[in-house]
Ligand binder design. Structure first.
Ligand code: R5P
Length: 298
């Protein structure tokens, strides 16, 4: 099957790194935004005005409401223009948090968005999806080829270079999975906090019971969204006498003033993977994504 990787201009760098790592040709999708916010997409066709049979679409789903519409538009048209196999590489997958109705009538977004992706794509690769009560990605996105990677190994290597003596701290019980991967491969001292969330920007955090005074701490988590989880953990750590606090996250969402919030709390370095394009990107996921994508290519 002839193959092509398609990307949008705002993710060009990461998409081209993946294309190079897989030996795929790559081309940009043109996007025009009308004054009323509608989108017009234009796909790159060959001389016969067709697309290759196999397309890899690189699109992270930060800014999800707009990008899900992009996927809807382009998947439908791509099949009409000759594509028979569509593989989605979406390093950040949105709408995975709401996996049950916490109150009667609440829409279970994970199920709806998961089905939407499964209906339009033949395979999916993502990184550290926010799955709470669901054990595997294909329970949320019912595809045989639904692959989950983690940013933790790459972040662990970076931390080992930058802070070889660091204590790794996870800000909540969920982060134990990333802490264990990172600590397991590099032997870092580590611990996990207890977090209670009271609202979107309101969390309380209890530090693990371990010696921390004087230590260099790296907070490791999957997502920084409002930044309040990391900021609160950082304040507690500094109050406990640690020497410094840096942050390493897979998904640098950093909504609104999140970066200012964590800096004001005392965080020094902020490192992230390039799953979401952000000035803090310090680690490239292309080698990991390529290793997962190659077996899916026909
Ligand atoms: C929570 O389960 C996640 O692992 C993150 O800790 C959380 O999404 C961070 O959110 P925020 O930055 O808004 O506190």
């Amino acid at each position: 099957m002839q193959s092509l990787l398609l990307y949008f201009d705002d993710e060009r760098a990461a998409a081209l790194r993946l294309a190079a790592a897989c030996g795929l040709e790559a081309a940009a999708i043109e996007r025009h935004r009308f004054p009323d916010d509608e989108l017009r997409l234009r796909l790159p066709l060959d001389s016969a005005a067709r697309l290759p049979e196999q397309l890899v679409i690189y699109r992270g789903l930060d800014h999800p409401n707009e990008r899900l519409v992009e996927l809807l538009l382009l998947a439908g048209e791509a099949r009409a223009l000759g594509a028979r196999r569509l593989l989605l590489v979406s390093p950040y997958l949105a709408y995975m948090r709401q996996d049950i109705a916490f109150n009667p009538g609440e829409v279970v977004s994970q199920r709806i968005i998961g089905r939407f992706l499964a209906e339009h794509f033949d395979g999916l690769i993502t990184v550290d999806p926010h799955l709470h009560r669901v054990a595997s990605l294909n329970e949320a996105v019912p595809l045989a080829d639904a692959v989950t990677l983690s940013g933790a190994p790459a972040l662990a290597e970076l931390i080992a270079r930058q802070r070889p003596q660091a204590v790794l701290i996870g800000p909540d019980a969920e982060s134990v999975q990333w802490i264990e991967v990172a600590a397991g491969s590099h032997g870092f001292a580590h611990g996990v906090c207890q977090k209670v969330r009271h609202g979107d920007r309101d969390v309380t955090i209890e530090l693990p019971d371990m010696p921390l005074a004087g230590r260099q701490v790296v907070l490791l988590d999957d997502i920084a969204s409002s930044g309040h989880t990391l900021a609160q953990a950082c304040r507690q750590l500094l109050a406990a006498g640690v020497r410094s606090v840096d942050v390493a996250v897979t998904h640098a969402l950093f909504a609104g003033d999140a970066l200012e919030t964590i800096r004001a709390a005392g965080v020094e370095q902020v490192w992230s993977t390039d799953c979401i394009a952000h000035p803090s990107n310090a680690v490239y996921m292309a080698p990991y994504l390529a290793a997962a994508l190659k077996p899916l290519l026909r």
